[in-house]
Every structure is written in structure tokens, then in C-alpha cells.
Design a protein around this ligand. Sequence first.
Ligand SMILES: Nc1ncnc2c1ncn2[C@@H]1O[C@H](COP(=O)(O)OP(=O)(O)OP(=O)(O)O)[C@@H](O)[C@H]1O
Length: 224
Amino acid sequence: MLHIQGLEVKRGDFCIELPALDLAPGEVRAIVGESGCGKSTLLEVLGLILQPQKLQRFSLNGWDIARLLSDERGLCAIRARYLGFVLQSGALLPFLTVRQNIELPCRLLQSSPERSVIRETLAQLKLTPLLDKHPAQLSIGERQRVAFVRAIAHQPKLLLADEPTAALDPPQSKALFERMMALSKQLAIATLVVSHDWALVEHCGLRALRGQTDKKRTVFIDAH
Ligand SMILES: Nc1ncnc2c1ncn2[C@@H]1O[C@H](COP(=O)(O)OP(=O)(O)OP(=O)(O)O)[C@@H](O)[C@H]1O
């Protein structure tokens, strides 16, 4: 699904490297490392938002992304249809209800959401009673959980989640991780999740990419 080799991106004078990553459909991998080591930056590159400075191979769902980097329209179409994002802030649209926020990606793509999957996920994450509320009426943790449901509603091939449990208590964090792992498998979504919660990552038995920082350079390598 996702194959990366020799990726390097700069943020000012800070350099972030991903020597290699292979992710299969349905596989969930955590991204861990100290604050400021470049986890969000790495997600931005893998989410086709930020351009890498060096790249040997970047293949996503069969597309040669390395060759598409100068084609912004092509990247935009791939982002909209095949990627799902859960941002730290939730990033819900304030003028839409929870239900409308969740339906929006599918409306824009003119595709049908998997309604039973969404219904079950809403119930499991205790969001069903909130469907007709607006984001301002929700807690930050509720917004994060809604953002997760929105990110999987169009069944992306690759889900990129940036600290999706940062505002959740331990039972809710566990419920969200378990749902994320189950849905990744059920819908064959490859998932990368940034987390500071190492205990939860271990509890879920996830493989992890760990950022190792030395001065102005972080290298992300597999940590079993
Ligand atoms: N827009 C930007 N312009 C320049 N430098 C940035 C920008 N965003 C982040 N940085 C820098 O790039 C480095 C990596 O930041 P990044 O947010 O990717 O780290 P992180 O591991 O996700 O941090 P955290 O765990 O605190 O969220 C940091 O040194 C940060 O100061």
C-alpha cells in the first residue's frame, strides 16, 4: 500500500529522515518520539501537504507519488479520495453539525458512506447523541472523536492521525485505538498514528516508527 525509501524533509535548519517504510492494507503503525522531533511534519509529507527535499521512492496505492510531486491537482485528488486525516485540533467546520461534518467528505466526493460502519463507530465512541450539535457545543475530546469518524467515513486507503487521543481520558483513548485498529482491518485502511501514549501503543501491540533525534536531525526507524 505505502512504500517509502530515502525520504528527507527540512523544516528550517531541522532535518527529518525516513529511510524506509512499508505499510500493508489494514496495518496500523504508531509514530512516537519526543516533542518537536518531527512527527507531525512526517505526517504532513506522507499526507502530500509538504514536499520532501529528497526522495528515492514514494508509492501509495500503486501511484508513483515521487513522480507526481509537481502535479498539485493530481495530489489534491489523491488526498481527497484516498487519504483521511485526524488533526490534533479536530479541525471540524464550525458552521456544520456533527452529522454534516461527518458526511461532508462523501458529499464532496459524491460517494456513499458505509452507513453501518459509521453508525457502529458513533455508538462505540458515544457520539450518537451529539449528531445534531455544532462543534462549539462539544468538548475538545468529543471533537477529536468526531474528527476520527469523519476521517474514516469515505473509507480512505491511508489514515493519518496526529495524536487523536490527546484530549481523551484513558478508557476513551483505549476505545478509540481499538476502534481504529478494528476498522483499519475491516476496511483495509493502512493507518499511521502519532501518539505520546507509549503504554497504549504497547497495550495494543502496535509496531512503531520511533524518531531518534541528534542535534538538528531526526531519523525515524522501526522500533519493535
Ligand atoms: N511551520 C513550521 N516552520 C518552521 N519550523 C517548523 C514548523 N512547524 C514545525 N517546525 C519545527 O519543526 C520541528 C518538528 O516539528 P513537529 O511539529 O513536526 O514535531 P512533533 O514531533 O510533531 O512535535 P509535538 O510532539 O510537540 O507535536 C520542530 O523543531 C518545530 O519547531
